[in-house]
Ligand binder design. Structure first.
Ligand code: NAD
Length: 555
């Protein structure tokens, strides 16, 4: 059922009294459990970045519609908060089952394994065909609207699914504390209660995972939710909302509004919204952090990054080079944990040994407009390992089976109007004062730097304003331990290029990569979406006493 996406009926009148264009499908709003057509007369096109086709349109939610979504969440809150946590968990259990059922490739892989056990001949016939990720409707939607490869889109859903699975244990996660007999006949206990209406504002780069970082944790804690997906790729969030309702989420517990700055500002200002989760750029994040905090809300903002890898001479050469290529260029570099800077220490320099690199810029470093699809146009030694491996990557539509990276989201590559393709790009001899180093590029660009020693390399990383992630590649435990202790980054990898923690931990970006004090998911995520109430109770048969006005103390 695609009832979240419809062509407006020819009679449908927008708020300005004009008829809506019935030729383009419009993404609906989700208000009070119904997918409804917005009356907004303004919209934003959702385009396929591989082809520039308009896939759908999102309406710029009107102020009245926004208020209706918040009202629906506020009205649903008392009933949902009073629903036993075991029932809320069961909705999540069903939700994860429905997401899994959508990920048919898991079943296909199981069928292959099973058939191999029974009949190896049969599998020899089947195996040459790669798993058909196109069967996965969520992944297909992500690839269409966001551009990443189907396999990567499948991973996007899977990493979000893990958060849903984690939320299934909310009874334990939300447990309070109890101390018996803190004073004679008196016990004290604390409970974690939901906040009320919470909101989430999402970026484009993980259209499934990031909504799933937000609303499953929030609603299983007993909150109700208003979600604003990215205006660039709202489809996955809508499909997930459809599955969540099919799983039994009551009407009004999850609501979805669309738009850009105005609807975000409405979220920041609305008195009924108690907490805001944001993931995206620093510009938007710091604006939202200050505006929503000033309105008295809790805010958590995960923002931009410049993630470094430090490579010591003793590192495993082959595994490290592969890790740099995969983490630098995977998802066309559009991951907040992409490894965008490799710092080679001392003797590891010959590893890449690029004495001379010339890059043709046309307009600064931004999206390197002269790079050609599927090949590097930088002048360099072809035999060079890193470059060789980068050159071997296939840049193509994410729908094509052998694609390693798809297009980027923005249409900023003049020669490729029909697709936002940027080839894997390596810049060598980068210095800390260069623009390409200071700013987040968020494209398939790997910067190479040099450092004399591990101390120097750590200093380079620590001086950078961002603190999302950093990794070291080494076979020395002593160096790794020094790195882990001295490095100023929230998520540290030791021979692990993308150290994104599973949901029983939290996503712990720091410095300019995070604003707030309670991180996403894990224990901190539950704390963010709940407030503590501490109860002190006295149950004893007490003889009559004289009234005392002195401060009670433990007896
Ligand atoms: P973005 O900031 O442009 O958009 C994110 C959301 O904010 C969107 O819903 C958008 O509508 C809204 N928005 C954008 N500008 C706004 C403004 N001025 N006022 C109000 N609302 C605004 O980010 P993006 O381009 O969608 O995503 C890429 C960014 O997200 C990168 O910087 C990346 O590092 C970051 N990111 C961080 C993490 C993390 O966990 N640290 C994860 C994913 C992405």
């Amino acid at each position: 059922c695609r009832c979240w996406l419809r062509r407006p009926s020819p009679q449908f009148v927008a708020s300005d009294g004009l008829l809506l264009d019935p030729s383009q499908p419009r993404v609906r709003l989700l208000i009070g459990g119904e997918f409804v057509e917005s009356r907004a007369d303004e919209h934003v096109d959702v385009t396929n970045p591989a082809t520039q086709e308009v896939v759908s349109r999102i309406p710029l939610t009107t102020a009245d519609e926004f208020k209706a979504a918040v009202d629906a969440a506020r009205t649903a809150f008392p009933g949902w908060r009073g629903t036993p946590v075991t029932t809320r968990q069961r909705v999540m259990l069903k939700f994860q089952e429905l997401i899994r059922a959508n990920m048919v490739t898991v079943c296909l892989i199981s069928v292959l394994i099973a058939s191999f056990c029974c009949c190896p001949v049969l599998v020899l016939v089947i195996v040459p065909f790669p798993p058909d990720y196109k069967q996965d409707k969520l992944a297909e939607n992500i690839t269409t609207e966001q551009g990443k490869t189907l396999k990567d889109a499948w991973g996007d859903v899977f990493r979000g699914l893990e958060v849903v699975e984690h939320a299934c244990g909310m009874g334990t996660l939300q447990m309070g504390e109890y101390v018996s007999n803190v004073s004679n006949g008196i016990d004290t206990f604390s409970i974690r209660e939901p906040l009320g209406v919470c909101a989430g504002i999402c970026p484009f780069n993980f259209p499934a995972m990031i909504p799933l970082w937000m609303f499953p944790v929030a609603v299983t804690c007993g909150n109700t939710f208003v979600l604003k997906p990215s205006e660039k790729d709202p489809g996955a969030a809508m499909m997930l909302a459809e599955l969540a309702m099919e799983a039994g989420l009551p009407k009004g517990v999850l609501n979805i509004v669309h738009g850009t700055h105005d609807v975000v500002n409405n979220i920041c200002d609305d008195e009924d919204i108690k907490a805001v989760s944001f993931v995206g750029s620093n510009t938007a994040g710091m604006h939202i952090y200050s505006r929503a905090s000033a309105a008295g809300k809790r805010v958590q903002c995960n923002m931009g990054a410049k993630n470094h890898a430090i490579i010591l001479p003793d590192a495993d050469r082959d595994a490290t080079l592969n890790a740099l290529i995969a983490a630098g260029f995977g998802a066309a570099g559009q991951r907040c944990m992409a490894l965008s800077t490799a710092v080679f220490v001392g003797g590891s320099e010959p590893w890449y040994n690029l004495p001379y690199l010339k890059i043709k810029f046309s307009s600064g470093y931004t999206f390197l407009s002269t790079f050609e699809v599927s090949q590097l146009t930088i002048l360099l030694y072809r035999e060079e390992e890193l470059v060789k491996r980068a050159s071997g990557l296939v840049v193509n539509s994410g729908m094509v089976n052998d694609a390693d990276l798809g297009p980027v989201i923005s249409r900023q590559v003049p020669q490729y109007e029909d697709g936002n393709f940027v080839g894997p790009t390596i810049l060598a001899d980068v210095k800390s004062d260069m623009e390409c180093y200071k700013e987040e590029i968020f494209g398939p660009v790997l910067l190479l730097m040099k450092a004399e020693s591990l101390d120097d390399a750590i200093q380079i990383v620590n001086r950078n304003k961002y603190g999302n992630g950093a990794s070291i590649f080494t076979t020395s435990g002593v160096s790794a331990r020094k790195f882990q202790t001295d490095i100023e980054a929230g998520q540290v990898g030791i021979n692990v290029p993308i150290p994104v923690p599973l949901p029983f931990f939290s996503f712990t970006g720091s410095k300019a990569s995070f604003a707030g004090d309670l991180n996403f998911y894990g224990k901190a995520g539950v704390q963010f979406f709940t407030q503590i109430k501490t109860i002190t109770q006295q149950w004893k048969e007490a003889p009559a006493q004289r009234v005392s006005l002195s401060m009670p103390t433990s007896q």
